[in-house]
Design a protein around this ligand. Sequence first.
Ligand SMILES: Cc1cc2nc3c(=O)[nH]c(=O)nc-3n(C[C@H](O)[C@H](O)[C@H](O)COP(=O)(O)O)c2cc1C
Length: 199
Amino acid sequence: MSMSEDPLYQEAVGRFADVISEAKQLPLQDPTVMALATVGTDGQPSVRMVLMRGFDERGPNFFTNAGSRKGQELVKNPKAAVCFHWEPLLKQVRVEGPVEALSDEECDAYWNSRPRESRIGAWASDQSQPLDARQTLEDRVAMFDAKFPGDEIPRPEFWRGFRIIPHRIEFWASKPARLHDREVYDLGENGWTYSRLYP
Ligand SMILES: Cc1cc2nc3c(=O)[nH]c(=O)nc-3n(C[C@H](O)[C@H](O)[C@H](O)COP(=O)(O)O)c2cc1C
């Protein structure tokens, strides 16, 4: 049995799917937004919001510019942690683990589903690099808009998806008197374990 076939892991993935579908029923603009933490080679963590674009039993994924700060940190140190919080649900979910790049096919499929202006914007943005003036960005948008006039816009090599392979998943649920529930699924040397933590 592979680690991902472990019934405890399957249970965690099922619970994750349930909370995501609960969140998607709320009137939220971005029910799958998550804080993504990466760590630089100097040990300095950095965190920013990104959108989870999909997930399956292999883990949650997101898309970004691989040359960005997060992208460079992930290349050098392919580990990440994400944290979701849905205030109306009084729930938090944390996922940690190694990160892998999505295949070209997966990146192309998602890229081609994006609106044209998002794809032009991705070409125009040298994400996380210094920008002298907003006008420079707008000029670059106009330049790529002219370069790719139709709807056929190739995916830039630097625009990629990443998957967090869960090695730890925590479900947190608010309870009265701050006696919150914390349930952790953790991948150890002998497979997945389940435990509760003090709040
Ligand atoms: C709600 C929200 C969703 C976002 N989604 C993404 C995303 O999916 N991918 C991305 O690269 N940046 C996304 N961003 C922008 C990032 O927060 C961040 O500014 C950018 O990726 C640069 O981060 P870095 O310099 O740490 O690499 C989002 C921001 C917000 C507020």
